[in-house]
Design a protein around this ligand. Structure first.
Ligand SMILES: [Zn+2]
Length: 253
């Protein structure tokens, strides 16, 4: 029996509370939806986009999805990912959405792969198919510290299915970026099978110094996305201010 199954009576109770602030109510309460929609974009480096810094309400919501089996949160995070894609580039057109799969052991333990859940919700919003293109490559068996150090430095290895056709544009989705190594490894695997156009995005990234920019600045730098009106409607209303009038960019603890 998996841990998720063992915990299912508990997660049933938790499912009636907000994944972020734990107040009774929907998967993400209105205040937390405001907080997430008002958060800042992150320059995760290495041509990787992240919708939010991995702190505050975003951190709680993602941990709730990942470790608390709060799957409805994925749809909310996907909207923020799609908004980030439109804000960071006028061209957010893709042919396939895929994900950087977590290890089989972790997916078994949780009962799902959170990156896949996010990718499927993002694909729905973009109106394109979601396909599994990547698999974890096991490589030579390594154990202990050497393996842990390699994973920290290089991230996991992936192998990719052959590209379905030339010129296909692929979006790879992940939940949280720490070093960026996972998504960069995913891109390398896709490029190795001939996919030249690979874009990488995550729901959140561990903030680096000076990497967080106000979402309003990100919007100013992408006027075409705004002009085309393709920025999707946000959850819970205007992102301009938090409840209580706190300015954009401040995240409740
Ligand atoms: Zn809440």
């Amino acid at each position: 029996m998996s841990i998720a199954q063992l915990l299912s009576p508990l997660t049933g109770l938790l499912a009636q509370r907000c994944a972020s602030c734990h107040e009774p109510g929907p998967a993400l309460c209105r205040s937390c939806r405001f907080a997430l929609a008002s958060t800042r974009a992150v320059d995760a480096g290495g041509a990787v986009d992240a919708a939010m810094p991995f702190d505050g309400a975003a951190r709680s919501a993602i941990l709730g999805l990942k470790y608390g089996n709060r799957r409805p949160v994925a749809a909310h995070l996907a909207r923020l990912i799609v908004r980030r894609l439109h804000l960071s580039s006028a061209d957010a057109r893709f042919d396939i959405v895929t994900w950087a799969p977590t290890s089989a052991a972790r997916a078994r333990e949780r009962g799902f792969d959170q990156a896949e859940l996010l990718a499927r919700e993002v694909a729905k919003l973009l109106g394109v198919p979601c396909r599994r293109l990547l698999h974890r490559a096991h490589g030579s068996p390594q154990t202990g510290r050497a393996r842990a150090e390699r994973l920290r430095a290089d991230g996991p290895s992936f192998r990719a299915r052959p590209a379905p056709r030339r010129g296909v544009r692929v979006l790879v989705v992940d939940d949280v970026i720490t070093t960026g190594a996972t998504l960069l490894a995913a891109r390398r695997a896709l490029q190795a099978v001939g996919v030249a156009d690979v874009r990488l995005v995550a729901a959140a990234a561990t903030p680096r110094p000076a990497s967080v920019v106000p979402i309003s600045a990100a919007r100013r730098s992408a006027p075409t996305a705004r002009a085309t009106g393709r920025v999707p409607a946000l959850l819970g209303g205007s992102p301009a201010r938090l409840p209580g009038g706190a300015p954009v960019g401040s995240i409740p603890a």
